[in-house]
Design a protein around this ligand. Sequence first.
Ligand SMILES: [Zn+2]
Length: 250
Amino acid sequence: MSLPSSLAVPKSDLRLFPPALQAYQERARTNEETALEMEIVSTYPDVEYKLVRDIAALFGFDFFCVSYSGTFPGFTDRHSIFVKNIERGSPDFRPVWTGAHELCHLFENAAHLHLPALTALKQLVSDDAWEKRRAIEDNDVETDFRAMFDGGPEVEIDRSTQRQAYVWNEVIADCYASMWADPSFWDGLKSCHPNLERAQDFVAVIERLSAASRVTPVISYPSRTWYPAENREKVRVIMTQMTAAYLSPT
Ligand SMILES: [Zn+2]
């Protein structure tokens, strides 16, 4: 039985992958890191991957579903998002969450939008959010990145300004990641910028996410919600405004 054609990776993406991989390898070489060996899949393991790919495209980012050793679920490079090929049913299967998390990292390149959002978010997260996120990051470094980077980074509490910013970028990316499965985020995005070019594309995203959720709920990652429930609406507004500003540069 052949797979539905909707799960085939677009040929244009397959063509984009080699130069994206080369750019990633060059950057790794420059930073004296060991580049990850990875392969792009030709068929998405699940419809959620195709959905994330199409959302990323709305933002002008490339998306690749790739196979690699290592347990971390995704990463970014320049304007590319790489998400690990994981089958539905695996405990790590959450492509929508991971895709949104990684896309938020690409917003870091638009610091004039990302930094104000982060500053506002810091007022809304729990007091121990940074510390708890740092512990997760250190654990990830221990299990995965030590093998990936030459020599392995030191796993210790690094409170340097650079390290603080790094962990905060993970906090905001986690907060952002929970938004995509929430229709009110997409509705808010649309109403925030009613004249947004391609607003209809976002309407389609909401509909497709809702349809996907009706079949099987889009799996989020509740343990990485770093703000109290009563702040969710305020967090959503910050994330919506950052996204809308990114999509509608003035
Ligand atoms: Zn991250």
